[in-house]
Design a binder for this molecule. Structure first.
Ligand code: DGJ
Length: 729
């Protein structure tokens, strides 16, 4: 069989079949059109080892003497006895390649197992891989794991992944690659606050814009593992798999299982190159940020300025107050008003009502109509919060259908079955039960049909623990059923956008993003925390899909107090909005927020379509990140950068900070546009007797000078930021 070579955007993927099974022998830098005879890659055979070369297969397997983590674990029931066909000898039976997609079928006729693998190298360099295993035998086959893995080059010596918790999602951690397996396990039944959005291996000290990096992401919202497996012969594989519960997948003869997609990118220019590959793929999707209703050819509508009621009002819903808030929001320039939790039957706090998806008649005697009318007549879209996968014991639906509440037992809790420990006083509704699924679909569908709702904030606020259907582990089925719910509602209401929220950012992955239009990255609106959360969420997810709100002056989740300019500059580099009772805002502060809203509207096409740049600033107290238009248009804004001080710096002053990512031979005019001396936040922003020479009047230089020499930056106070605008000359 011929070698397959997929190439695009500086990346090559080479698959050899010389050993009889498919083997990725290179994933990394573009190798050009001509490859040598790959027989030259035959390895020496060491003493006291297998008497043959061991291929690192597309599905590494013990029958080839692979002693690292195998891709496939499973066994067959023969005459009802488990444990048969525990080892496969998969051999390639067919290959096909078209438009940078390779389809490879490998099979073991004796074991009755066939696996079809599909690998697509998208135009921007993002690789998408998945496997489908089919039970071709005559008895049931229990699948325990089917992983998708890729080899990384030997010069990858460091590993970076992300972790976190509620209000502190996506924080990086690094270690060197040593022999052994580094596994990040997610047993939350959802993606998880601590989930590693990205697992990246790279050359020593790889950074934002330097070093080689190989990175993977698993597109799955249920239990999962991501790992780097480094074995004794010096090879390292990275990848991931769905983490299946006890006997969750038993394939009957002819049955099949498809893995979640593994997305992967290679970059020779640090982490920014990885983001570029992901962003390019997101932005090439036909449905990327939903087109305006009725305009099917529109590539996507500008991301509207949002006002969300959560940190403004919490559960204190009251029509008059909400109309006042809508009035105030419209006056500021808000374009989408989202009514958060608290509007449905019995929901006066977070302990009751989930599942009763009817507008609460005692609070809203005339339904949501009057509020929606107030919102839409002021030129804003109306959005509504829902949490369809959850149920409170204190709800009419739980009382009527106790058997719809998920637990480990065959029996409902009313019949003596055990329930999982409560989490925010709530449980999970069993979407694997077709009646429960249909009830939820019908309720949300009715709400969308009966009300002028353009947007759903779809929340999910607990882990799926002891999660069973009819007494058997069912996270796998529940995840698929939840996906079906999203898909069916989207199909029925194609003009409605959906935001994925899960106690903030506990469900951020490309599986959920395939069926939603934005994610809520964190419940933390503290701008300092958000600098890190947004930076690392933005590794994979482009800013137009990451909700970022200006919260109250003193953060509700950390009690830190920040100037408006720091909060607004932070939110500007996402899908901008507010979560604040803006009725209280008057005078200069109100005028300043209005200016930020106008600024966001003026520049959102750039922020949501440009190239993300994160500088490697040696002074760890400073961040410099921005978005650069590609290509720059003379006279237009060519880039916006934020210089952010996270804490006091070591040196007296930051010195010259270089600005990478601009066109080297293009001239630029650089200005600090926020805050200016006329803004309320200006005095707070800096501690300096005299600003750098260029700050008052702006500076002109070409991209090469700015990247190599840089500009002396003002001395920012900690937890402050300045917004820099670059105009192309
Ligand atoms: C958790 C979300 O992350 C918040 O933004 C808010 O919607 C609350 N749930 C409402 O209960």
């Amino acid at each position: 069989m011929e070698t397959l070579h997929l190439r695009t955007a500086g990346t090559s993927l080479v698959i050899s079949f010389n050993s009889g099974e498919a083997e990725i022998i290179h994933w990394g830098a573009d190798l050009g059109a001509t490859l040598p005879d790959l027989a030259i890659l035959g390895e020496p055979v060491p003493p006291s080892a297998v008497d043959a070369n061991v291929p690192a297969g597309l599905l590494p397997q013990a029958s080839s003497s692979w002693r690292g983590r195998p891709a496939l674990r499973g066994h067959r029931f023969a005459d009802g006895v488990p444990g048969h066909d525990f080892s496969t000898r998969l051999r390639t039976v067919s290959t096909a390649a078209e438009h940078n997609t390779a389809i490879i079928v490998q099979s073991d006729a004796d074991a009755g197992i066939a696996v079809e693998s599909s690998l697509t190298l998208h135009d921007g360099g993002l690789l998408e891989m998945r496997h489908t295993l089919t039970n071709g035998g005559t008895t049931p086959y229990q699948l325990d794991e089917l992983a998708t893995v890729l080899p990384v080059a030997p010069d990858a010596v460091e590993l970076l992944d992300l972790t976190g918790r509620w209000c502190r999602e996506t924080h990086p951690q690094r270690r060197s690659i040593q022999q052994g397996t580094w596994v990040r396990t997610g047993r939350h039944g959802r993606t998880g606050h601590d989930s590693s959005l990205l697992l990246a291996a790279g050359t020593e000290g790889f950074g934002n814009r330097h070093g080689k990096v190989w990175a993977t992401h698993l597109a799955w919202s249920g239990n999962h593992e991501q790992f780097a497996d480094s074995i004794g012969d010096g090879r390292t594989m990275i990848g991931g798999s769905e983490l299946l519960g006890a006997a969750e997948v038993i394939l009957q003869p002819g049955g099949s299982y498809t893995t979640p997609a593994l997305f992967a990118a290679y970059s020779d220019r640090g982490l920014d190159g990885i983001s570029e590959a992901f962003y390019s793929w997101f932005r090439s999707r036909p449905h990327h940020v939903l087109p305006a209703a009725g305009a099917a050819t529109d590539p996507g509508k500008p991301r509207p300025v949002v006002l969300n009621t959560w940190e403004a009002m919490y559960f204190d819903h009251n029509l008059d107050a909400l109309v006042e808030l809508a009035d105030s929001a419209a006056e500021l320039g808000v374009e989408r008003f989202v009514l958060d939790d608290g509007w449905f039957r019995g929901r006066r706090n977070d302990q009751a009502g989930l599942g009763d998806w009817y507008v609460d008649e005692s609070l809203w005697p005339d339904g949501l109509g009057p509020l929606i009318e107030a919102v839409t007549s002021r030129g804003m879209e109306f959005g509504l919060w829902v949490e369809p996968e959850m149920i409170n014991l204190d709800s009419d639906i739980a009382r009527a259908h106790p058997d719809w509440i998920v637990g480990p037992s065959m029996h409902s809790h009313k019949d003596g079955g055990r329930l999982p420990v409560e989490w925010r006083t709530q449980h999970v509704i069993d979407l694997v039960n077709p009646e429960a699924w249909q009830y939820i679909f019908d309720r949300i569908d009715a709400l969308l049909r009966e009300n002028n709702i353009s947007y759903l904030k779809w929340d999910q606020n607990r882990d799926l623990t002891e999660h069973g259907h009819a007494g058997r582990s069912s996270v796998h089925e529940q995840t698929l059923a939840a996906y079906r719910l999203f898909d069916s509602l989207r199909k029925a209401h194609p003009g409605v956008e959906i935001e994925s929220c899960s106690s903030g950012g506990a469900r951020v992955d490309l599986g959920i993003l395939e069926r939603t239009d934005r994610i809520w990255a964190s419940d933390c609106n503290d701008a300092l925390e958000r600098q890190t959360i947004q930076r690392w969420t933005g590794m994979v997810v482009p800013p137009e899909l990451v909700g970022a709100h200006v919260g109250p002056t003193t953060s509700h989740t950390t009690a830190r107090t920040h100037d408006l300019s720091f909060r607004a500059i932070t939110a500007l580099f996402g899908h901008f909005g507010m979560e604040w009772d803006v009725r209280e805002l008057q005078g200069a502060e109100r005028a300043e927020l209005k200016r930020f809203i106008a600024l966001y509207k003026e520049h959102r096409a750039l922020i949501h379509g440009g190239r993300m740049v994160r500088a490697d600033v040696p002074d760890g107290s400073l961040l410099l990140h921005g978005v650069v238009a590609a290509p720059a248009i003379k006279g237009a804004t060519a880039a916006l950068f934020a210089l952010v001080s996270t804490r006091t710096g070591f040196a007296e002053q930051p010195g010259r900070v270089t600005v990478p990512g601009l066109e080297p031979d293009r001239g630029y005019r650089v200005e600090a546009i926020f805050p200016t001396p006329a803004d309320a936040g200006y005095a707070h922003n800096y501690t300096q007797v005299q600003p750098p020479a260029w700050l008052a009047g702006g500076a002109e230089a070409n991209g090469r000078f700015l990247a190599e020499v840089g500009l002396p930056m003002p001395i920012l106070n900690p937890e402050h930021a300045v917004l820099l605008k670059f105009t192309a000359l």
